[in-house]
Design a protein around this ligand. Structure first.
Ligand code: ADP
Ligand code: MG
Length: 277
């Protein structure tokens, strides 16, 4: 299949409660590509994920986000989901009174559209199969969404949603946090099973270890609300071995967190991800 996905973030700036957090992020993701966004805490990674998904708290002030030919910033959150955006959240919410099965079926049907709803039998079969892949107990189907789930169970549940929804652009925010090594492997296998030429991934992670299981094509480092460095998988390996300090030294960054940057950035704003044909 040809590369049918093109997701372009250009010069994205966003405020939270009046404070600018994203300071101009540019990134292009094509079908078949896995991009990892790495960086220390407090550098704007989750803000990027929230702004892309349309969280109401995050006000985009500049820049554009285009999915194929569609203007994502013009869409409401549900329209973004229908267009094929998906976010596996760092801190998934618990929703009492809505079972996991009801939630998933509604989500799938919202994505499929009216008149094209999935049959109950088919849904249950698919859900059971994916839960088996993720080594999730079938009882989770009937539990309230994320209520009382452990950290690792919540993360598996996010991946379950992703596997069933088959999004075009999958954003995973620290899906590895709170996972032991076995759960990490299972979750990574789930992600890898979805990798395809017409789908892209934006994988946000603090640590390299997830990237041992999900091999990225491109690695970007975020500091002070911008991407300050991009490269291939070797970049994440160097981060694993040496941490983030060498990048700060190389770029003359004293404090990498948002809000601590000087008025004039030492690193030019145009540190965008390399463009590929
Ligand atoms: N909902 C929010 N309310 C207030 N401040 C926020 C909110 N979300 C993010 N921030 C601030 O934005 C900065 C970057 O946070 P975040 O994007 O979560 O970083 P990361 O995911 O890289 O750790 C932090 O200073 C954080 O306090
Ligand atoms: Mg975060």
């Amino acid at each position: 299949m040809s590369n049918s996905l093109k997701f372009t973030i250009d010069g994205l700036k966003a405020n939270v409660e009046g404070k600018e957090i994203l300071k101009g992020v540019s990134l292009e993701i094509k079908g078949g590509e896995v991009h990892a966004v790495m960086g220390p805490n407090g550098t704007g990674k989750s803000t990027l994920a929230s702004a892309l998904m349309g969280h109401p708290k995050y006000e985009v002030t500049e820049g554009s986000v285009i999915l194929n030919d569609e203007d994502v910033l013009d869409m409401a959150v549900d329209e973004r989901a229908r267009a094929g955006l998906f976010l596996a959240m760092q801190y998934p919410s618990e929703i009492t009174g809505v079972t996991n099965a009801d939630f998933l079926r509604s989500a799938i049907n919202a994505r499929r559209g009216e008149g094209n709803e999935i049959s109950l039998i088919r849904f249950i079969r698919q859900m059971e199969a994916k839960m088996k892949d993720l080594e999730m107990n079938a009882e989770f189907m009937h539990r309230y969404l994320n209520e009382g789930f452990s950290g690792g169970e919540k993360k598996r549940n996010e991946i379950l949603q992703m596997l069933l929804l088959e999004p075009k652009l999958c954003i995973l925010d620290e899906i590895d946090s709170g996972l032991d090594i076995d759960a990490l492997r299972i979750v990574a296998e789930g992600v890898n099973a979805l990798r395809s030429e017409d789908r892209g991934f934006l994988i946000i992670t603090h640590y390299q270890r997830l990237l041992n299981y999900i091999q990225p094509d491109f690695v970007h480092v975020m500091m002070q609300g911008r991407i300050v460095k991009s490269g291939g998988p070797e970049l994440s390996q160097r981060l694993e071995a040496e941490g983030y300090d060498w990048i700060k030294e190389e770029l003359g960054i004293e404090d990498e967190t948002v809000g601590q940057e000087p008025e004039e950035f030492k690193v030019p704003m145009a540190t965008t991800a390399p463009k590929y044909n």
